[in-house]
Design a binder for this molecule. Structure first.
Ligand code: GTP
Length: 218
């Protein structure tokens, strides 16, 4: 995980070059945000490289990884920006990495009902992703985020919902490919994200909502 200088944070699109006019190709900046330790770095690796990283250290600043998928003949490049969850790193970087964002993945840990989050980007596609589903233990349901609660929460905030694990081997339950394809598909179809507006989106509006889930069983 490294610290990136501001100059490398700027969004770039391959649209405009002669070759990209022949094969349509768009790049979208997707922000991964969430508390420290929820698994943003591991999930970013998994979504982009298909693997769980053997070791992950706390992110300092931001880092990004890319994944290209083809949807209906168009190549969509997702640039996943892995942000620092630790408050001391987050504060100093906040205004930089929220610039020109096209979608946000709010990540929380399903075994941590106290996860909190700041809301942003009301006008862009947003996804709520519960990670570490491999750590769910049926007998400890009271210490985990209830999936129905999370689904209702996502619905009421206009987000799409996924529960996944960055760690489990690729299978139907991991949902990793579903997440990649859903995010890319949503961005491809999102009206306000056409070529003309790619580099001129306003910064996401700040605001808050509590992503603190109620513990449903006492
Ligand atoms: N069991 C399990 N462990 C996970 C999963 N995802 C991440 N972890 C572990 O959770 C810890 C934190 O993961 P990171 O990806 O570094 O978390 P982060 O959200 O990037 O943390 P910050 O960089 O501090 O913001 C590491 O020990 C990972 O191995 C998962 O799906 N399942």
């Amino acid at each position: 995980k490294h610290f990136l200088m501001e100059s490398s944070l700027e969004f770039s699109s391959s649209l405009g070059s002669a070759s990209s006019l022949l094969s349509r190709h768009r790049t979208f900046k997707v922000l991964m945000i969430g508390d420290s330790g929820v698994g943003k770095t591991c999930l970013t690796h998994r979504l982009c490289a298909g693997q769980f990283p053997c070791r992950a250290e706390a992110t300092i600043g931001v880092d990004f990884r890319e994944r290209t998928v083809e949807i209906d003949g168009e190549k969509i490049k997702l640039q996943l920006w892995d942000t620092a969850g630790q408050e001391r790193f987050r504060k100093s970087m906040v205004q930089h990495y929220y610039r020109n964002v096209h979608a946000v993945l709010f990540i929380y840990d399903v075994t941590c009902p106290e996860c909190r989050q700041n809301s942003l980007g009301q006008d862009i596609p947003r996804f709520l992703v519960g990670n570490k589903s491999d750590l769910r233990v049926p007998t400890r349901a009271d210490h985990q985020v209830n999936q129905q609660t999370a689904i209702s929460f996502a619905k009421s905030h206009g987000m799409m919902f996924f529960e996944t694990s960055a760690k489990i081997p690729p299978n139907r339950l991991s949902k990793i490919e579903d997440i990649v394809l859903t995010v890319a598909g949503k961005l491809k179809r999102h009206k306000s994200l056409d070529a003309a507006t790619l580099t001129s989106l306003p910064p996401p509006k700040p605001g808050t909502f509590s992503l603190q889930f109620a513990i449903t069983q006492i």
